[in-house]
Design a protein around this ligand. Structure first.
Ligand code: C2E
Ligand code: CA
Ligand code: CA
Length: 795
């Protein structure tokens, strides 16, 4: 140890020693850094990094040796042979490569020691070869013991370096390993040098090419510095580039780097998205894969279409940027795949335009399609058929079997419609059990007739109404452009009208719109629609027609008759709208309203006259009709005995027993039951006996012909006789002339009603009379007669 230190102190130029140590340290730092880098790389790249590391290490060792030799002051000048010098550097690099390979790749816990051993041998052999390069006029005398000691120390330190590299983490791993490796190299060199003897042999001839000390110094310094710097810059450049590429590849967006308008690079995402490899893309114009619009500013977004390798078109969004890439001014296209977004947009679009349950077109898209179809048809002068389709019995199935079953049926119907409709036809569900079809581009009405047949057949084939309680049928209404209308509204309306007729013609039918036939239907539908709001809009009022006692001529009561002040149509007679109200069910509300009005009115009358109110057969379908009537009596305070309910025989057609039970209960309450329109029905007599009738009203059709028709007169006589024999009051309505009155009186009819005695009026004369009385008693300006003659004010 002492001799080594003495050797360094006495025989070396310490400044050059410092230089050698620095070169050695830099070489080893580079080597360890490269080795560190190798550990981070994929296996494929690992070897190249390790080779670079070996190069840095080997050159470092070699340079250290020769700089140290320059520092050595051996009392006479030394020159070196080129061949051996070159061999020494090769040995140094080769040994380093082998040592690194063993230390890092050998799968053994002692790999570090193996690496250390090889490294030490390598350093020793490099050292000796380097010594052998010294000109042949000098003999080198080694001390074998110290050479062995140098080898062992070197081995221990080199192993320790590899061990440290394996065990430590982070930058410490590189620093500590490099420093220990420097110690190993220095130890071998100086231990060996401290015992070496150089014996000059002046007589020997020099055969080899020689390098002067100064030249060698220059070469060594230059080569080592260059190599080490190269190694270091490689570390930074490579890590920088790899990281950049990794970053680019990790990006969710495709990146295309363009240089002078041509593709220079593409990241993995772009290659994956397009299916094109980098090799295929490189050098091409971007327009070969991207349908780009004119590129604008630096960060402008553009929609474009990317042609993939498999020829599919991918919608993309492109953003353009500029950057310096690999030292060149490049354009970067950031390509974002819009497939998912487009899909989501399409889904939202689909939801907005389709029925969720059946997947059919919904009303909004149907309207749009219809308008487009009409525009097309107008241009091409072609025809269109509009189908309105409504399921029969659907409401009942839905109510009885539940909504799930209802939904299932709607889906089945939708499937049938889709199957039979043509490809260009639009099948839509407009809501509930309402469907519609637009049939285009076919000769009409033949095509519509055919499709209607297919729909009805398809439904009949799949839904056996006779056996399956959930099976439904359908009614169809069809309107054809241009003959049945030119606008969408007109056509839909007419198809709807035709559907209405189809439903009334017995379900399971298809009807084409027919202007004449559907005019009546349209009017009915109009009334039906308007009638729904008549009560709330205060368009209804009640007229009162007096009923007189035949004997005294005194008013015994009034019949309440409804009137409708229909906007645009004047006063509507009940003949026009009652039947429609019965069909739509509006009569229930209407009838109740009239009853309430009439009872309230009668309750105000000064005399306890009767009030007759007509009750429609439809109202008897209400299970609680009796309770409702009772409630109205309670509400208005009218005694039941003053109320007469006029019932026609049609009321008994449906639920005879139910209706009888209701009438019985009302009769027991004291309400009087009148059989209206007597003589026009079929089973009058049987009804008369079985039912609690208090009065019969002879139909006005008999009264009108009494004067000339002997048969009519005998029927009237029979009815009156029947009434007497059953103890039932009889009233004859429709008495218009004095002669009719005389006949009716002669035949012994108790009461009379008709225009002869008074027309239905807004204010019953009993009220006017009461008011006239009041006025005359209290000295009113007008006389009672005047008031009586006074026209009732319009409400
Ligand atoms: P109805 O019950 O047989 O009513 C008598 C009809 O004969 C009334 O017609 C009345 O104005 C009319 N009339 C009265 N005197 C004469 C006459 O001397 N000669 C002729 N030819 N006719 C006369 P209106 O008011 O047009 O009512 C027609 C029908 O409408 C009624 O026949 C009744 O069935 C129904 N109706 C009227 N109001 C109501 C109501 O509030 N509820 C229900 N369910 N039906 C009503
Ligand atoms: Ca009546
Ligand atoms: Ca009548």
């Amino acid at each position: 140890m002492f001799s080594v230190l003495a050797c360094i102190r006495d025989n070396h130029d310490w400044r050059l020693i410092v230089a050698a140590v620095i070169v050695c340290l830099i070489g080893n730092l580079a080597a360890m850094l490269l080795l560190f880098r190798a550990g981070e790389c994929d296996p494929g790249q690992q070897r190249s990094w390790m080779a670079a590391s070996a190069l840095a290490c080997g050159v470092g060792i070699w340079a250290t040796h020769f700089i140290a030799m320059l520092a050595y002051d051996g009392a006479f000048p030394i020159s070196y042979g080129v061949g051996m010098t070159a061999l020494s550097v090769v040995l140094s690099i080769g040994a380093s490569w082998l040592a690194i390979l063993v230390a890092t790749e050998w799968e053994s816990p002692y790999a570090f020691a193996g690496g250390g051993l090889i490294m030490a041998i390598g350093i020793c052999s490099m050292h000796m070869t380097g010594m052998q390069a010294i000109e042949e006029t000098v003999d080198i005398v080694y001390n074998p013991t110290s050479t062995m000691i140098a080898l062992l120390i070197g081995m221990a330190l080199a192993s320790a370096a590899f061990f440290a590299f394996r065990e430590l983490k982070g930058t410490r791993r590189v620093l500590v390993a490099a420093v220990i490796m420097v110690l190993a190299i220095a130890a071998i060199h100086f231990t060996s040098m401290s015992t070496i003897m150089l014996v000059p042999q002046p007589g020997r001839l020099v055969t080899a090419t020689l390098l002067e000390t100064k030249t060698l110094a220059g070469i060594v310094m230059a080569v080592s510095t260059a190599l080490i710097l190269a190694a270091l810059s490689a570390v930074f450049l490579a890590s920088h580039l790899t990281d950049l590429r990794g970053l680019a590849n990790a990006s969710m967006e495709g990146l295309l780097v363009l240089h002078e308008g041509r593709i220079m690079d593409a990241n993995e995402r772009f290659q994956e998205m397009s299916g094109w490899s980098l090799a295929e893309l490189r050098g091409n114009l971007p327009s070969s894969v991207l349908a780009l619009a004119e590129s604008g500013g630096e960060t402008r977004h553009q929609e474009a279409s990317l042609t993939a390798r498999d020829e599919t078109e991918i919608p993309v969004d492109i953003m353009t940027r500029r950057m310096i890439y690999r030292g060149r001014n490049c354009q970067v296209l950031v390509v974002r795949d819009l497939t998912e977004r487009k899909r989501a947009e399409e889904m939202i679009e689909h939801l907005a335009h389709h029925d969720v349950l059946t997947g059919l077109t919904n009303r909004s898209l149907y309207d749009t399609r219809l308008r487009h179809a009409l525009q097309m048809a107008e241009r091409k002068r072609s025809q269109i058929a509009i189908f309105c389709l409504d399921l029969d019995r659907f409401k009942a199935v839905n109510d009885i079997f539940g909504h799930a079953e209802g939904d299932r049926i709607l889906c089945r119907v939708a499937a049938i419609l889709k199957r039979v409709a043509g490809d260009g036809d639009t099948v839509a569900r407009l809501g509930g059990d309402e469907f519609a079809i637009i049939q285009t581009g076919k000769p009409q009405p033949e095509a519509a007739q055919k499709l209607a047949g297919q729909i009805l057949d398809g439904l009949a084939a799949e839904m056996d109404v006779a056996r399956d309680p959930t099976a439904v049928g359908a009614s169809l209404g069809i309107a054809v452009y241009p003959i049945d209308g030119r606008t969408a509204e007109e056509l839909c309306d007419n198809a709807d009208t035709a559907l209405y007729r189809a439903k009334h013609a017995g379900r399971g039918k298809a009807c084409f719109f027919d202007a004449e036939m559907d005019e009546a239907v349209r009017a009915r539908r109009q009334i039906e629609a308007e009638l729904r709001h008549a009560i709330t809009r205060n368009q209804l009022y009640v007229n009162y027609q007096p009923i007189l006692d035949s004997g005294s001529g005194a008013i015994t009561g009034y019949e309440a008759l409804i009137r409708w002040n229909r906007p645009g149509h004047g006063i509507s007679e009940p003949e026009v709208f009652i039947a429609i109200a019965e069909e739509s069910g509006a009569i229930v509300q209407l009838g109740e309203w009239v009853l309430r009005q009439a009872c309230a009115e009668a309750a105000l009358w000064p005399k306890p006259l009767t009030i007759a109110v007509n009750v429609s057969p439809v109202q008897f379908m209400l299970p609680n009709l009796c309770e409702r009537i009772t409630a109205i009596l309670d509400e208005t305070g009218l005694p039941p005995q003053r109320l007469e309910l006029e019932v026609t025989e049609a009321a008994f057609m449906r639920d005879r027993n139910g209706v009888i039970a209701t009438l019985m209960r009302l009769h027991k309450l004291g309400v009087r039951i009148v059989m209206d329109d007597f003589g026009t029905g079929f089973c009058s007599l049987s009804n008369l006996r079985a039912l609690p009738f208090d009065k019969i009203k002879v139909d006005r059709s008999f009264t009108g012909v009494l004067e000339h028709d002997a048969a009519a007169r005998s029927i009237v006589r029979a009815i009156i006789g029947l009434g007497h024999s059953l103890g039932i009051q009889v009233v004859t309505e429709g008495v218009e002339t004095e002669l009719q009155r005389q006949i009716v009186v002669e035949e012994g009819c108790g009461q009379m009603q008709g225009l002869l005695f008074g027309k239905p009026d807004i204010e019953p004369s009993v009220k006017l009379a009461a008011r006239a009385n009041f006025l005359s008693v209290h000295g009113g300006e007008r006389g009672a007669a005047q008031v009586l003659a006074m026209k009732a004010p319009a409400k």
